[in-house]
Design a protein around this ligand. Sequence first.
Ligand code: URA
Length: 238
Amino acid sequence: MRLDKVIEQNLQTTRKEMKRLFLMKKVLIDGMVELSPQRNVDSRLHEIQVDGQKLRTSHVYYLLNKPAGVVTAKKDEKFQTATQLVAEAERPADLYPVGRLDRDTTGLLLLTDNGQLGYDLLQPGAKVTKTYHVIVNEAVTIEDVAAFKAGIVFHGGVHCQPAQLNILSSKSGHSEVLLTIKEGKFHQVKKMFLACGKKVIKLTRLSMGPLALPEDLVEGTYRQLTLNELQQLKIYFR
Ligand code: URA
């Protein structure tokens, strides 16, 4: 949460008082004077001390194993949404999915009500890697691996950054690969394979940055991030 919002919520400060707190260097994060009211903080990760008082935040962070058939839009007329898979009692009004997965894509989706973190994780400059398990309708070759490494160009001319393709199995009619990309273009994985004349049959996201899909997390279920997982996201709090 933005530091000025945390202070306002906890201490009911007026704008004038808020300005004074920062000017008088009364705002400390992890023991250091903080001058930016926009700084994104979470009291599970940062010690937030204002005028001698410790302040708390109450954000939620969930790892969801998204099933097929569910959309990552915040609202949808026709389909169930990812946030609706979270029990109502555990679902703040501003809970939202960080990034988008297609309706037929399964796997790891981070849900949070920390909008600033979600935004920062998706910035191209953050270079958050995503790894997918992909089933493809044809043999995937070492030429494809080289093409992904060089940077795929979509039909239509859009250039992708180099990506790492690892072949798990390959035969005509069915291949399984792991693909790691550092960007998040619309339908990126499907379009990358289409550019090689191949079709994605099944797509599952296994990881996003430091977060990995837990093997025991059944599709359609979610759990809170562990403290350790949250700590690994600390570098993305700006
Ligand atoms: N790339 C796609 O094509 N679809 C997804 O859902 C995610 C990445």
